[in-house]
Write a protein that binds this ligand. Structure first.
Ligand code: HEC
Length: 93
């Protein structure tokens, strides 16, 4: 009984925290389409000699472009765009 209760509680916690942490890819997509297409289009992310080759580099590059533009995004916005770009183009594990 006690164990079953613990399991329930733990599962509940996990579900709750993962939905808080869930990154909104659609949010990332619309941010990217609105702000990031002035200098380059999607082709930048798939060009043959692309510079970004690791997840960390992707995050750094998104931040670099975002800071240059002075967009003042929240970390969640950066996460959403990184997630969108990774899911759609880079496909890092
Ligand atoms: C002011 C022009 C400009 C805007 C606007 C811009 N970028 Fe960039 N971005 C560049 C340039 C220039 C490069 C190429 C840098 C290089 O080759 O060293 C680049 C490269 C990148 C790359 C790396 C591509 C690769 O080689 O793998 C990513 C990712 C990227 N930008 C994301 C973004 C995001 C996200 C935004 C919107 C927040 C954005 N960029 C907006 C100028 C811009």
């Amino acid at each position: 009984m006690k164990t079953a209760l613990m399991t329930l509680i733990t599962t509940g916690l996990l579900v709750t925290s993962s939905s808080i942490l869930a990154v909104d890819i659609n949010h990332g997509k619309s941010l990217q389409q609105k702000n990031c297409m002035k200098c380059h289009d999607d082709g930048m992310y798939t060009r043959e000699d692309r510079r970004v080759t690791t997840p960390d580099a992707l995050r750094n590059q998104v931040q670099r472009c975002e800071v240059n533009l002075n967009l003042k995004w929240f970390p969640e916005d950066v996460d959403a765009v990184v997630e969108y770009l990774n899911t759609t183009f880079y496909k890092f594990k």
